[in-house]
Design a protein around this ligand. Structure first.
Ligand SMILES: [Zn+2]
Length: 338
């Protein structure tokens, strides 16, 4: 008799809230930095591993930017994608919407469009050879909106990259109202893209309201602080806006330290759809199978409830309808056979 953890690991899975740059392991980053002669803020691999176990968002951003600076050649980007794809295959993750931040790669000199192009081609090659199916969300980092906003909106208007489904908003929340990016989100939506936004993680329920009402977000990454304001929870439920929840990430970066009382239960009880994701797996010492296992053992969600949450990744995913339908049939057939 397989354990629940084994069943969850084996399920075909979806993940809608993951940052591609945030999948780089300390080992890969260490070798990239050595190969490209980039100075890291640490002197050894052991210290780098310790830096990954960060305690606050500021340290996280510092490491994040160091990581972007280490990606110098096309082969580096391909190595990042290959590591991510291997993890998806190991855990049977079949559909992913990954955030990717072209502006940061522009900022460090490689070229945002060039980086996006290399990543897309590598992902298309992996899809053609067994998957996963990956679609991209090009996000604006909140801390650099005056430059990254127009850069990202123009990129989306001018590029017809078939993997990109949405514009997103990442970076820190504190001190950065979601409305900073309204004009750039308007431009992206006019160019035919969906909109999603990080909100209600380290910022309050008001950010979730702004993401929905001002940015036209179809999904919110995290969204958990919405529970501070019943009117915002009601707004999410009424508009059927899905929250892409990352449990372990929340226990490390937000006030929600205890999983048995995590807001995911309150959101679901109020009729708000949710998905489960890792956000940045090596930074949080987790993977998607573990997140599902935690949701089962710590939050108390049943396997049936978790299967519906898993299917939400296809219901609320932003890829074309035919593709999501094909994956839905594949998931149902595999579930029936197991
Ligand atoms: Zn995130």
């Amino acid at each position: 008799m397989p354990t629940a953890a084994e069943i969850l690991h084996r399920w075909p899975k979806t993940e809608l809230h993951l940052h591609l740059e945030g999948t780089i392991s300390p080992e890969t980053l260490w070798s990239l930095a050595a190969r490209n002669h980039v100075a890291l803020p640490v002197g050894s691999l052991a210290e780098l591993r310790a830096l990954y176990a960060f305690e606050h968002f500021g340290k996280f951003v510092e490491l994040w930017l160091a990581m972007c600076a280490c990606l110098r050649t096309p082969a580096d980007y391909e190595e990042m994608v290959d590591g991510f794809v291997a993890e998806c295959r190991r855990q049977n993750i079949r559909y992913v919407e990954a955030h990717f931040t072209p502006y940061n790669h522009e900022r460090f000199g490689f070229g945002g469009r060039r980086a996006l192009d290399i990543v897309s081609r590598r992902l298309e090659a992996s899809e053609a050879t067994g998957g996963p199916v990956v679609r991209l969300i090009t996000d604006i980092p909140s801390e650099s909106v005056p430059v990254s906003g127009p850069f990202t909106a123009t990129l989306l208007e001018e590029e017809a990259n078939p993997l990109v489904v949405a514009i997103g908003l990442g970076g820190p929340e504190d001190g950065f109202p979601r409305t900073l990016v309204t004009p750039y989100f308007d431009r992206a939506r006019r160019a035919g893209y969906h909109a999603v936004a990080h909100a209600g993680e380290t910022g309050g329920a008001e950010h979730v309201r702004e993401a929905v009402l001002e940015l036209g977000a179809r999904r919110v990454q995290h969204g958990v602080r919405a529970v501070d304001d019943p009117a915002v929870v009601a707004l999410l439920a009424e508009r059927d806006i899905c929250c892409d929840v990352a449990l372990t990430s929340n226990t490390l970066l937000t006030c929600f330290k205890e999983l048995p009382t995590h807001p995911i239960r309150a959101l679901r009880a109020a009729g708000v759809p949710v998905t489960l994701s890792t956000d940045d797996p090596p930074f949080f010492g987790t993977d998607l199978s573990r997140e599902y296992a935690l949701a089962h053992t710590q939050v108390g969600l049943s396997l049936d409830e978790l299967w519906q949450i898993n299917l939400n990744g296809l219901r609320y995913g932003l890829a074309e309808t035919g593709l999501r339908r094909r994956l839905m049939l594949e998931f149902e057939a595999l579930n029936a056979a197991s």
